[in-house]
Design a protein around this ligand. Structure first.
Ligand code: ADP
Ligand code: MG
Length: 529
């Protein structure tokens, strides 16, 4: 049922914007609604919260509005000011390569003069709350005569909030031959009545949530602010220390960003998404299988093709836009009789999507408190002690005992010696996650914190540009290009900043490589250079 955006007959600048937003494929409601709206039909679209209804009408709306005509052509009615602003933002992002399109949210609480001024400049699309829209219509500050499309977004909410009369007023005052689109998470008699009154022969497009069976997996979720998600993930990775974990993001963009952040923090992480070549994908997968990466970050589409056993934890960094995705995602863990763990991060209105998932999958996803740093420390200490006891019980320690005995002869007690060793070892282990520790071996290369600056013997004379260096490094080492830092290209040489945790591996993997036919020599820079 799901379609690729390129198969939806949308123009190239919108497709480009969608790809820039990192959407990999259209959601089910988008796949159904976009072609129908483009055909000019009236429609009712029913799909759960979080399934991408905004773009489902937003894309065809932008497609159908005439950018060379400055009159108002489309009106979206939303229940609240927050939603009006959000929808306007999404439409602006979708139209970022369509310079002539102007989108304006209008809502109560904002000075009406300011809105009138903005309206007078000429906008093709407005997104408004019912009350404020009516206000403008009554004042005659909204010219509705050329409106071709009216969208009622979140129609169920608007009716619940008592906006029925306002909506009817607005619809009655727009040209009769307009196209009327109605979107809602739920259906009711009121909505159908509205449709009967104001729509012509509407298509009823419904995405029915499927009955889904969820595998035997321990499912938990954390409520977390969007900007704290990265910290939470780091903390949980430290806490559970899983051998292999899979982290899902909803867009390619978010995959790239997260991989960059994790790499800078020293995790062995890499990403998979639809923009990678087959060769790059194969490289990432083989690194994952061979344990060179232990955190794989992926989009749903990219993860479909992969087959790895023994994934201990699946993280939903974002709540998926589709219940089925959730089931697929968590089905990646707990195979081969083992019970896996699925952890979902929920921020803001993602909670509604999670509720839907629980409802349709008939599972209980248990909320947990975010573990404190002290919890993490405790678990790490436990793990450390467990490993140590294991060594005492199973390994030959004769040589080491001899060393300790020599220190005891110098009048230190064995307890003191053990304590010092614990301190040294635990500090070293903690350094792995402590981004502020300075890298061993490189000294000060004049890089920004957490980075190492490298000298490379290629430059402008070799027709090398910054972009070539980024591509060569990303391609050769698999380091995601987004984490490569400052680049300076001079005539005969260049400087490149690499996150210090990846510096050693980049250095060794770049050995013997060529850029634009030139053999590359790469070495840590001197501070002054
Ligand atoms: P709804 O109106 O159905 O509740 P939204 O339109 O608000 O859902 O979309 C929810 C989230 O999903 C938004 O962050 C949006 O950017 C994102 N989204 C929409 N379409 C896609 C897609 N095709 N792929 C990935 N994410 C998407
Ligand atoms: Mg919506």
């Amino acid at each position: 049922m799901q379609k690729q955006f390129k198969d939806l007959n949308i123009s190239s600048h919108i497709e480009k914007a969608v790809l820039d937003m990192g959407f990999e494929e259209a959601t089910p409601i988008q796949s159904l609604a976009i072609p129908c709206i483009l055909e000019g039909k009236d429609m009712i679209g029913q799909a759960q919260t979080g399934t991408g209804k905004t773009a489902a009408f937003g894309i065809p709306l932008l497609e159908m509005v005439d950018p060379d005509d400055n009159t108002l052509q489309a009106v979206v009615v939303c229940p609240t000011r927050e939603l009006a602003i959000q929808v306007a933002e999404e439409l602006r992002t979708l139209s970022k390569f369509m310079k002539k399109i102007k989108v304006l949210p209008i809502y109560g609480g904002q000075p009406i003069d300011r809105q009138i001024k903005a309206l007078n400049k000429g906008v093709q699309i407005i997104i408004g709350t019912p009350g404020r829209l009516m206000d403008h219509m009554r004042r005659g500050t909204l010219e509705m005569d050329y409106v071709k499309i009216v969208v009622l977004d979140e129609a169920d909410e608007m009716l619940d909030m008592g906006f029925r009369e306002d909506i009817e007023f607005i619809l009655r005052d727009t040209p009769e031959d307009r196209q009327t689109l109605l979107f809602s998470a739920t259906m009711s008699r009121d909505i159908l009545n509205l449709a009967r009154k104001f729509q012509r022969d509407p298509e009823f497009l419904k995405v029915v949530p499927k009955e889904l069976t969820v595998p035997e997996t321990q499912q938990i979720y954390f409520e977390v602010k969007e900007k704290m998600k990265l910290d939470l993930l780091s903390r949980l990775l430290d806490l559970y220390n899983p051998n292999l974990s899979l982290v899902f993001c909803n867009t390619k963009r978010r995959v790239d960003k997260l991989v960059g952040h994790l790499q800078v923090r020293g995790y062995l992480a890499d990403g998979l998404h639809g923009d990678l070549t087959q060769k790059q994908r194969d490289r990432v997968m083989s690194k994952f299988r061979n344990g060179k990466i232990d955190v794989l970050v992926a989009t749903d589409v990219a993860a479909r093709g992969i087959d790895v056993e023994d994934i201990e934890v699946v993280f939903n960094y974002d709540v998926p836009n589709d219940d089925e995705y959730y089931v697929h995602r968590i089905g990646r863990t707990g195979r081969a009789g083992k019970k896996g763990k699925a952890i979902t991060f929920v921020s803001g209105k993602e909670i509604y999507q999670l509720r839907n998932i629980q409802r349709y999958t008939k599972t209980k996803i248990e909320q947990q408190e975010i573990p404190s740093l002290r919890d993490v420390q405790e678990v790490k200490t436990d793990l450390f002690l467990k490993n140590m006891k294991n060594i005492i019980n199973t390994e030959d320690l004769e040589k080491e005992i001899h060393i300790v005995e020599k220190v005891i002869e110098e009048d230190y007690t064995s307890v003191e010696i053990a304590a010092a060793l614990v301190k040294m070892t635990m500090n070293r282990e903690n350094n792995i996650v402590n981004v502020n520790s300075s890298p061993e071996g490189f000294g000060d290369t004049g890089a920004r914190p957490d980075m190492v600056r490298f000298f490379m013997n290629v430059g402008r004379k070799d027709r090398v540009k910054a972009k070539d260096l980024i591509m060569a490094i990303a391609d050769k080492t698999g380091l995601s290009s987004s984490v490569i830092g400052k680049i300076d290209v001079y005539d005969k040489f260049s400087f490149v900043e690499i996150p210090e945790n990846s510096a050693n591996s980049v250095l060794s993997e770049m050995r013997g490589s060529k850029i634009k036919g030139r053999s590359v020599n790469m070495e840590p820079a001197n501070k002054k250079s």
